[in-house]
Design a protein around this ligand. Structure first.
Ligand code: CA
Length: 633
């Protein structure tokens, strides 16, 4: 056989092995019959009943089938006739539920639905491809569907829906800003929004998982029709992909919303959770339970779920909620099994103590054991804005000295670097990333106060001018970091949440983006978009490799509230030679000594122009207060 034929045979084998091993393929539909499979609980149930319905939320079962026990403790039923459009539940003795891995559900996710998935594909779906963008080149934009589009000022038609992201105005905003990956807050079926009452405003971030493998009904235009949410989700992915934007899904496998009434518990799969020695549920998620990724079945569940989102919905990556609740070995298995271009990053912490050994957990401190997986840098975030534990405390941005070394660690992507003294870094006393692409660089996300609110609480008497200066300075640190930059949607509109720290169920008036700010404060969007463009145009800001960063990023001596560094651009193929970046959080201007050359200034005093704002010559440069300066020779 030629090499090509051997490779083709191997690919076929891999696919068929994968298909055979799918543990959670619960419904196989054909027009003549539908096969239902329930993989069982920890112990074989005495009996498992399948019920079939004409509707997703009401009416009595039109058929009840006793499922047949299989050798492994699984159950199976084959029902003749065309069941497309019907709904079903399993019942293993603890109450009805839609299975562990429903791929379509009725309203509020209580019953599974029989659909022909290929019929949910939009026109041209077979040609849809994940945009090829390397991890080092990503610009991440974290978005909640309702926040983004619900306000009248958005001018979007599909308010609060997946479909908003198919509208030209939304796409234009994202491409004007320059982001190339939209990270959507939980978009699988979650529990807290009543899908039968969508006429009443309801809000939740969605960290309350119900069905992991179905899009959320509240974001569809018709949650009663199981195909609609699936098709609309695909239309969203397709529209973003057409614009060269990746779609990253926030996945929350670390806990379920319900414990006693979760799909896992109802199916008798009690070992999906971890327990304390006294038999109570361990609560590393802070939400009442935590799942057991280290067990082969739940680890397999997470993997099959992510593979399904990649295959069926063309998802480009995952943001793993409370990744520190999961175990390292499972995260590595997932990394290996997902296509290499599928991005994985997560929160390298938990929200409480977990019921397995700390050294097994996928914590930020253990990232070196998980190459190809990235974690958020709370080091950089809190060095800039202040600690997560106290909204009123400031840090670098507030003009408080002592955070400079933590900012430097964030600039290099939390890798080991000769100029960074980790003993003086706020949280991590040693470098935790092997490569800078393992660090997500950010100053704000949906959690905690957004940047504007935090600046208001941590800088007493802040003026609007000062607020904007510090906001832009903060993002300059984020976007000149060698880590992967990430921003919360709406920051480009100088978003505020009226000081609300945890807005997970706050009304639209708190969470919505106010698009009018694009008109009234256009300088913010202008600066952000030019900053992002500069990063994208200059690989010196995104080298991707630790060795290159160690060799080509050098810090100048720091002063209080001032961090300055030189990037050797030409060494990494950049058209700019030496690039000098100064972040000055002092209220007053500062002078910084530089190599005496003629420099072109491309960022100063809240203005960016890659072609040059000005030139300066000499052995020092003056940097205005509360702002960034970037220049090159
Ligand atoms: Ca739901």
């Amino acid at each position: 056989m030629t090499k090509r034929i051997i490779m083709a045979v191997m690919a076929t084998l891999a696919l068929s092995v994968g298909a055979q091993q799918a543990m959670f393929n619960e419904v196989s539909y054909s027009p003549s019959q539908t096969e239902f499979n329930f993989s069982g609980g920890d112990k074989a149930a005495k009996a498992v009943t399948l019920r079939l319905y004409r509707a997703g939320d009401s009416a009595k079962a039109f058929k009840t089938v006793k499922m047949k026990r299989q050798g492994s403790g699984a159950y199976k039923a084959v029902v003749a006739g065309d069941l497309k459009g019907c709904f079903y539940t399993f019942d293993a003795g603890r109450g009805e539920f839609p299975g562990y891995f429903a791929k379509a559900v009725g309203v509020n996710g209580r019953r599974g639905a029989v659909v022909e998935l290929s019929e949910t594909n939009p026109a041209g779906w077979a040609q849809d491809r994940r945009p090829a963008i390397a991890m080092k080149d990503l610009v991440l934009y974290e978005l909640h569907h309702r926040d983004f589009s619900i306000d009248a000022s958005s001018g979007l038609e599909n308010k609060g829906k997946f479909m908003a992201l198919t509208e030209p105005k939304a796409i234009k905003h994202l491409t004007d800003l320059g982001v190339n990956a939209v990270h959507v807050l939980p978009s699988f079926d979650y529990a807290s929004v009543d899908e039968t009452r969508l006429n009443v405003p309801q809000y939740n971030w969605g960290y309350d998982p119900q069905n992991y493998n179905v899009p959320e009904g509240g974001y569809s235009t018709n949650p009663y029709d199981p195909s609609v949410r699936i098709k609309e989700f695909k239309l969203m992915v397709q529209a973003l992909h057409k614009a060269g934007i990746k779609v990253i899904l926030d996945v929350v496998y670390n806990h379920t919303f319900n414990t006693e009434r979760s799909n896992f518990t109802l199916g008798g799969w009690d070992s999906a959770y971890r327990y304390n020695a006294d038999g109570s549920y361990s609560n590393g998620s802070g939400c009442g339970n935590e799942t057991a990724s280290e067990t082969s079945k739940f680890g397999r569940y997470m993997l099959e779920s992510m593979l399904y989102w990649v295959d069926e919905y063309h998802i480009d990556g995952f943001r793993v909620d409370l990744m520190g609740v999961h175990d390292i070995a499972t995260m590595n298995k997932i990394r290996k099994a997902l296509p290499q271009d599928v991005v994985i990053y997560g929160e390298g912490w938990s929200a409480g103590s977990c019921a397995i050994a700390y050294d097994k957990l996928a914590m930020k401190a253990h990232m070196k054991q998980m190459p190809g997986v990235a974690a958020f840098s709370d080091d950089l975030r809190d060095a800039l804005r202040g600690p997560f534990s106290d909204d009123h405390k400031g840090a670098f941005l507030a003009g408080l000295a002592g955070e400079e070394e933590s900012v430097k660690a964030g600039i290099v992507g939390c890798i080991s670097h000769p100029d960074v003294d980790y003993s003086r870094v706020n949280y991590s006393k040693e470098p935790w990333a092997l490569e800078p692409t393992q660090m997500i660089s950010y100053v704000s996300c949906h959690d905690d106060m957004c940047l504007v609110d935090r600046l208001k609480t941590s800088v007493p008497g802040i003026s609007e001018d000062e607020l904007i200066r510090l906001d832009l300075l903060a993002q300059t640190a984020v976007f000149t970091s060698q880590g992967v930059p990430f921003m919360l949607s709406g920051e480009e509109m100088l978003r505020d949440k009226k000081g609300v720290h945890n807005s997970f169920e706050s009304p639209d008036s708190i969470n919505h983006l106010d698009w009018r700010n694009l008109e009234t404060k256009p300088q913010v969007m202008e600066y952000y978009s030019k900053l992002i463009a500069m990063r994208k145009n200059h690989q010196a800001f995104r080298m991707g490799k630790a060795e290159l960063v160690r060799e080509n990023v050098h810090f100048l001596p720091t002063e209080d509230c001032l961090v300055a560094f030189v990037i050797k651009g030409t060494n990494v193929g950049d058209s700019w030679h030496d690039i000098v970046v100064v972040l000055n959080a002092n209220k007053e201007p500062r002078k910084v000594a530089v190599e005496p050359r003629k420099y072109t200034v491309v960022c100063r005093n809240q203005k960016i122009d890659e072609r040059g704002l000005d030139t300066v010559q000499g052995s020092w440069v003056e940097v205005p207060g509360q702002s960034a300066l970037i220049m090159h020779d």
